[in-house]
Ligand binder design. Structure first.
Ligand code: GLU
Length: 447
């Protein structure tokens, strides 16, 4: 534990929170929470043309959906604000003037340029990538031997990323800079600016690249890239969190399913691997299924309901007539079926309404005569409960030469659910109740 740890997530509000951003935010959150330190949200909105307040909002609500709460930020305030770069322009100007007056920067028109000197060792130790050796002489103009100086203030008066990030990380007392590996190449330039201002350099930890299954950098081609697309597909925030945490890190002991707090407790920055992490949908599905199983019934119901409603099912009516618990119990029967909330909702729609069943099955392929006898016997049972019904069915089948349980159970399953697979069909029948089952079988002329 090190309560002095201060980390930040510094998104540019030029798009929704995507997988890469969510991943970076999450690792910062884990490190802050593991240490009892602080997690800061800083909005890097100096690209005025592309930054919007709407994107800033979506990024924040995406983080909130993932359960990543921050301690300081534009909405929360804090001792180191403002937390939006567009509101810190005076600060950037002040330090640029200082660099100018010390001859470490020069003007080029309206722009201010930082001078890169020969022979500077700007190597650094990255917590994840290890030693990165760089000399300032490597920072060359394209196709030339001339060193490339660093623009710090552009002619429109806005600071550049490499400059503003140094000023802010220093003034905000950031101890650990945790960000995507695409920033490794920027780090030496930032180190030069820290030194010129006489400031200590924070620790750097760059996170591995995330690849699609084809081992190419994750992009839109691989499917959903924004965090919200996963919410809309029915993935739980706990699962997406769990899944993202495993991209480049492991909790040890093959522990694959964990809560946020468990992850925060176990997290170690030094155990993050530099090996590119592969985004594997099968893994996400597995994790989500495991989290769905672990939910308490009411929470699970609340998660499934929106998907039933979206499918146009009369959820409110059923809730009124049967009660909330009845719907929650139906989902408990479904346990382990469906990898996402949407799948679980789709697979269990027949509990909410008979209508989708009719759309899936028309009974034209069955011998109604033969089945009617069986169903009449079933409905003659005094106790309409799964164990009793099952025993009655087995007795009846075994008393008939050559008859198989499947020949009778399958049409029952189709008539009640319209599906080839479902939980134990007698359990489904018991839960639907005698009256509803009768209604469905009569509709098909099976009773
Ligand atoms: N705004 C930068 C980005 O979104 C922040 C990078 C950093 O964390 O230094 O890539």
């Amino acid at each position: 534990m090190n309560r002095n740890i201060r980390v930040r997530f510094a998104p540019s509000p030029t798009g929704a929170l995507h997988i890469g951003g969510g991943h970076t935010a999450l690792f910062n959150w884990l490190w802050a929470r593991h240490n009892g330190g602080k997690f800061i949200l800083r909005i890097e909105d100096t690209d005025l043309a592309r930054s919007t307040k709407e994107y800033e909002q979506t990024i924040m609500s995406g983080m909130t959906w993932l359960g990543l709460d921050w301690d300081e930020g534009p909405d929360k305030g804090g001792d180191y604000g403002p937390y939006r770069q567009s509101e810190r322009l005076d600060i950037y100007r002040e330090y640029a003037e200082k660099l100018l007056s010390e001859g470490k920067a020069y003007r080029d028109g309206e722009a201010i340029i930082f001078r890169v000197e020969h022979g500077q060792d700007i190597s650094f130790d990255d917590t994840v990538y290890g030693r990165i050796d760089v000399m300032s002489d490597g920072l060359k103009e394209k196709d030339s031997d001339k060193l490339k100086d660093i623009v710090i203030i552009k002619s429109d008066g806005m600071p550049t990323y490499n400059y503003a990030v140094v000023i802010d990380d220093h003034l905000m007392n950031i101890t650990d800079v945790i960000r995507g590996e695409d920033h490794i190449s920027n780090t030496p330039k930032q180190i030069l600016i820290y030194r010129a201002l006489g400031w200590d350099v924070p620790k750097f930890a760059h996170l591995p690249m995330i690849l699609g299954r084809d081992k190419k950098k994750l992009s839109k081609r691989h499917g959903a890239t924004s965090i919200y697309e996963y919410r809309d597909m029915g993935y739980m925030p706990d699962s997406v969190f769990n899944f993202l945490a495993l991209l480049g890190w492991s909790a040890g002991d093959d522990k694959e399913i964990f809560t946020r707090n468990e992850a925060a407790e176990l997290f170690e920055l030094s155990r993050v691997t530099r090996r590119p992490a592969v985004f594997d949908f099968d893994k996400l599905n597995y994790i989500n299924q495991e989290h769905l199983k672990r939910l308490d019934p009411m929470t699970r119901l609340n998660m499934i309901k929106p998907f039933w409603l979206e499918a146009g099912l009369p959820v409110d009516e059923v809730e009124k007539s049967r009660g909330e618990n009845w719907l929650a119990e139906a989902l408990t029967l479904m346990e382990g079926r469906g990898r996402t909330a949407k799948e679980m909702a789709d697979f269990s729609d027949y509990f909410v309404s008979f209508e989708p069943v009719k759309k899936r099955w028309d009974a034209s392929d069955v011998d109604k005569e033969k089945l009617r006898e069986f169903f009449t016997m079933i409905f003659a049972q005094p106790v309409f409960k799964a164990p009793e019904l099952e025993i009655a069915a087995r007795d009846w089948v075994s008393a008939r030469e050559g008859a198989k349980m499947k020949e009778y159970a399958m049409p029952l399953r189709f008539a009640l659910t319209g599906m080839k697979v479902s939980p134990g069909i007698f359990e489904v029948a018991e839960h639907l109740g005698r009256e509803e089952c009768e209604k469905r079988l009569k509709f098909y002329g099976l009773l």
